[in-house]
Design a protein around this ligand. Structure first.
Ligand SMILES: *Cc1c(COP(=O)(O)O)cnc(C)c1O
Length: 442
């Protein structure tokens, strides 16, 4: 079996070698700092600590409790809120916690974005239902009835009037904002008022935009009417892969806590709680600058791609107010292909991004396997120190591949050369142990 260990080591090495020569543009990804990696590699990864800090079911938790207390403190500071639960092990688990707390067991009703317009699989009726069936140990074994909020394709945002009508007619228990394709702030204030009219709670899934929100950009859901906000800790917030739930509703805290544990959690991946605390400290120090640059880079990349003949959605609104842009590549179908084909073409030149459904794919009959769009995010390239002039360089690579149809092998070499100057993670503190600076690069 020793050779299996070498095999895994070699594959990891190859993966690292590949990624340090690549341009990482997947909007849901980011890269953690050496100081976060150091915390994640600690002995915490071997330990168990069920329950709330100070009330554990295991011995050996005295330092774990202190770290988790710091993590909760920093989360509350970053999002300016009363309650922070840093135990959900992913954004989906945070969402399931919210569903369990805010909807009833029998045919609970929720309004949210449809997946095809940019909602997340964990908002879909199938997932919400199966999630409850799989995880529903606290008596929540039935699925949610979902009615989708109305979407305005031209504005790439929720249609306020039509969505208000949906909420009034459907009378949900929970109205959920937020999504995975997320260019502009959602009308939480306007539709939140309608939700309150029908007695619904307001939720906000900040998986993608949590870092932007914490650093003071995009929007401020907890002050616009959201009762609960959930997040992934590894998208615009550059922490380890984990989840979090926050709220300002003092009256809901006990319910929210008990709907996480003992219901959807046992152990909650304590090393990632430690890593998250470090990432939050980094963002409280550097987040204002980092996330400002993330958003400016997204706008600059949209502009640069557009100027080079690619159709970036939402030019009339400056392309985006988040870390993402969406490109419509349907016009290249005859020469290169659709989203899936272009994703592969770019990958062969070490440009890593993902294909994405466009609103118009639905009416024009395209499938999510090979849709008409690409989604591009700037969180990771910004963390590697790239700025607006590098966004122009990246747009040039796209032009050479998609419009000029240059040889992908040649572009791959150019990409590797370009990436040589961007090997260090910015906006972070140094680790105590130098070894962690090289952890990702062997
Ligand atoms: C990524 C994402 C999630 C969940 O992410 P995890 O992978 O479970 O952390 C939830 N909601 C939205 C909108 C997302 O984009």
């Amino acid at each position: 079996m020793k050779e299996k260990v070498s095999e895994i080591r070699n594959l990891l090495q190859e993966h690292h070698n590949w990624f340090i020569q690549s341009i990482p543009l997947i909007a849901s990804e980011n890269i953690t700092s050496p100081a976060v990696d150091e915390a994640c590699a600690s002995d915490f990864s071997h330990r168990y600590a069920e329950g709330w800090s100070g009330q554990r079911v295991y011995a050996g938790c005295k330092y774990i409790d202190k770290v988790e207390d710091v993590c909760m403190e920093l989360t509350k500071k970053y999002f300016d809120c009363l309650h922070a639960d840093v135990r959900p092990i992913s954004g989906v688990v945070a969402n399931l916690t919210m569903y369990n707390a805010l909807t009833s067991d029998n045919n609970g009703k929720m309004c949210c974005m449809s997946i095809i317009r940019g909602g997340h699989i964990s908002h879909g009726p199938r997932f919400a239902k199966s999630g409850r069936e799989i995880f529903g140990t606290a008596g929540t074994t039935r699925g949610l009835n979902i009615e989708y909020l109305a979407f305005d394709n031209d504005e790439m945002n929720l249609d306020i009037d039509k969505s208000a009508k949906v909420i009034r007619e459907f009378e949900p228990e929970l109205v959920l904002f937020g999504g995975s394709v997320f260019l502009f702030p959602h009308p939480v204030k306007e539709l939140g008022e309608v939700a309150k009219e029908v007695g619904a709670y307001v939720g906000y899934d900040a998986a993608h935009v949590a870092g932007l929100i914490g650093s003071g950009y995009f929007q401020d859901p907890l002050r616009e009417g959201a009762d609960v906000m959930t997040l992934s800790t590894h998208k615009t917030l550059p922490g380890p892969q984990h989840g979090t739930l926050v709220s300002n509703r003092e009256d809901l805290i006990d319910t929210l806590r008990s709907c996480a544990f003992p219901a959807l959690l046992s152990n909650h991946h304590l090393h990632n709680v430690a890593g998250l605390a470090v990432a939050l400290a980094e963002m409280l120090e550097f987040g204002k600058e980092y996330h400002k640059n993330v958003i400016e880079n997204a706008k600059a990349l949209g502009q640069a791609l557009n100027e080079r003949g690619l159709s970036v959605l939402m030019e009339h609104k400056g392309f985006t107010e988040s870390h993402q842009i969406v490109v419509d590549i349907v016009e290249h179908e005859k020469t290169i292909g659709l989203g899936g084909d272009i994703e592969k073409l770019l990958e062969s030149s070490n440009i890593i991004l993902n294909r994405n459904l466009l609103p118009r794919d639905l009416t024009e009959g395209r499938h999510y396997q090979n849709p008409g769009g690409l989604r591009i995010g700037t969180s990771e390239v910004t963390r590697l120190g790239m700025g607006k002039s590098e966004m122009v360089d990246i747009a040039e690579f796209f032009k050479k591949l998609i419009i000029e149809k240059k040889d992908p092998k040649k572009i791959k070499n150019e990409v590797a050369e370009f990436r040589k100057d961007f090997q260090e993670i910015q906006y972070c503190f140094q680790p105590k142990n130098k070894a962690y600076e090289y952890l990702k690069f062997y």
